[in-house]
Design a protein. Structure first.
Length: 317
């Protein structure tokens, strides 16, 4: 009789554990990956610098552009906006950050491209803004979206048009994670602004302040790992920038701040050291996460200009 009670308790505990794991992983998955519309920052509460930045983002949104819609390899409709400055000039395809907006995050590269007479395609990543999708996979599927955008550009503009992929934060991670995939030959380089090594590692590093009270980090890690596999159908281990750049032939430029607390500088150095293709790294002193252009606009513009000019010239040779 005593043994039956023990067995019953064990069974109840096991069932309870399964329920907790299932519900906990679902909650974490929904919080991280499910589509969530993010409002633009409020102009009314912005300081002078933010006000100028957001005002320019609104202007970019309203400027004449070509709305581009493509079908991703898994059937998701993706949208971007193409701004042409000069025919046959280099094209920069830009990917924004997590829960970000292409117009806001794209202000720096838009400014530079206008000055240098490059063309820009500001992309909304899946499950963001105009693009379809209810789930953001933290780089697992988005890296293939990079290839779909590059293939569209190569077909639309011709393979003689040099293509560069660029992203900031999550977007920077996504473009580097895509670097070992099958791109058209006209992709001449990838620019990573404050990206990171792995999405899984980023979640671990930055979850503490966002966890429900009393939830240990180890429990969150289990919930996130189980949740993405069980509810999202993808494995975060596949989103690995270091592995990708170790297998690429595409030139890589990494821009990173030495005061970045979200994606620490060691991540940028690890990606750089893993890269087997032509590579360069530019460290912005005093810059936190996504602050590289704001802290050093001249250096930021110069390193990107040099990178694009050198790799366009290399392609032409």
């Amino acid at each position: 009789m005593k043994m039956k009670k023990i067995v019953a308790v064990v069974i109840i505990m096991f069932i309870s554990l399964i329920i907790i794991l299932g519900e906990g992983s679902k909650l974490v998955f929904q919080k991280i990956c499910e589509r969530r519309e993010t409002a633009w920052p409020d102009l009314g509460t912005a300081d002078d610098e933010q006000y100028e930045w957001l005002t320019e983002a609104y202007k970019i949104k309203r400027k004449n552009n070509e709305r581009i819609v493509i079908m991703a390899s898994d059937g998701t409709k993706l949208e971007g906006h193409y701004y042409e400055k000069k025919k046959n000039a280099p094209l920069v395809i830009f990917f924004h950050g997590f829960r970000g907006h292409s117009y806001v995050d794209g202000v720096p590269i838009y400014r530079i491209a206008q000055k240098k007479e490059w063309n820009v395609l500001l992309v909304s990543m899946r499950a963001h803004d105009e693009s379809e999708g209810n789930i953001f996979t933290l780089g697992v599927k988005e890296r293939y979206d990079c290839v779909d955008w590059a293939n569209w550009a190569a077909k639309h503009f011709g393979r003689e048009t040099p293509i560069f992929l660029m992203g900031i934060s999550m977007g920077g991670a996504v473009v580097t994670m895509s670097s070992n995939l099958d791109f058209p030959d006209s992709v001449c380089g990838i620019i990573d602004d404050c990206g990171f090594t792995m999405s899984k590692k980023m979640l671990e590093l930055n979850c503490k302040s966002r966890l429900p009270k009393g939830m240990p980090v180890e429990v969150f890690k289990i919930f996130a790992d189980v949740g993405t596999k069980l509810w999202g159908g993808f494995n975060l281990k596949e989103a690995d920038a270091c592995k990708a750049v170790s297998q690429t032939k595409i030139p890589i430029l990494i821009i990173h701040g030495d005061m970045d607390n979200l994606a620490p500088l060691y991540m940028a150095k690890k990606i750089y050291n893993s890269c087997k293709s032509r590579k360069d790294i530019y460290i912005v002193h005093g810059a936190g996460h996504t602050e590289n252009y704001k802290k050093d606009p001249e250096g930021y513009e110069k390193i990107i200009t040099t990178f694009i000019k050198e790799n366009v010239s290399r392609e032409e040779r």
